[in-house]
Ligand binder design. Sequence first.
Ligand code: PHB
Length: 359
Amino acid sequence: MALDLFSPVKLGAISLKNRMVMAPLTRNRAGEGGVPHDLNVTYYAQRATAGLIVTEATPISEMAHGYPALPGIYTDAQTAGWKKVVDAVHAKGGKIVLQLWHVGRISHPSLLPNDALPVAPSAIKPAGKAFTYKGLVDYVEPRTLDACELPAIVQEYVHATKCALSTGFDGVEIHAANGYLLDQFLRDGSNQRTDNYGGSFENRARLLMEVTKAVVSVAGADKTGLRISPVNPFNDMHDSNPQALFNYVVTELNQFNLAYLHVVEGGIHGGGKADAFDFVEMRKLYKGAYMANLGYDKARGNAAIASGHADAIAYGVPFIANPDLVERYKIDAPLNEADSKSFYGGTEKGYTDYPFLNA
Ligand code: PHB
């Protein structure tokens, strides 16, 4: 029988009961101090029938924050909060990995310690507005990171990975997508450096490779996933030659034997036009497991798995509105509609109150 969304699969050391992954989704509902609390436990546990949950993007340090009410993964209290999430998902037979996040320039002094300037590969202010506790405000020009500061950032990834693993997470996912720090280094629209971290593909990918090597050294490659978004223009991102850049990046990533590569195959939040890109060409260069994301439904997901393009499919908005998405796809039941007004911040409304089929 052909493989489909409901076939089990092993991604590195992580065994999935089906190939439907809950994509990482920023929801801005963590407790005080970035500590996951009971509301978050309920939300993730409700979605434990997914083959794998990737948590919302999670800051690895104080300087990694870029939005209100994000959960962190660098203090003892945050780690203890995440342990409750992990235990609840495991108790329901689910698997869950934590997404490691540094936002780079997509932040604002009001969200950072001592009103610090956000940091970036280059002092290029992104177009658009920061989402702060006081509403939307203009971005500021970020501070250029000195090369000698980068080893400390790599160590933040290591510390966060250790915190995540200590709770029993099934693995970690390195967030190198969507215009945040590691993606800012990759693409030449945001990286104008003239040192070893700018210019050539090798140089622009250097920080990503250093972070990946360091995370793999503590988590093991078979528990490490990595997410990229080669053409996503969100957060004012662009590159002069995305196909050649990302063909290079995935070829270099082959050396690690990661649990999976997670690819956002287009632009999110509808802002701007995605560059032309051949995802099939890039996919052929990558030797490991491939998780595809963006705009997939059941039919397209099954087709991507049957054809061998993808080993698993990550669904975002459908999992917000349908905690039992797997069951609904299985029996072709109608889907709940997502309420986009409650995506970012708020209460249990639009978070844990979407109905199950058999409620
Ligand atoms: C968002 O808050 O819109 C957001 C956060 C993380 C992402 C993408 C989008 O990777």
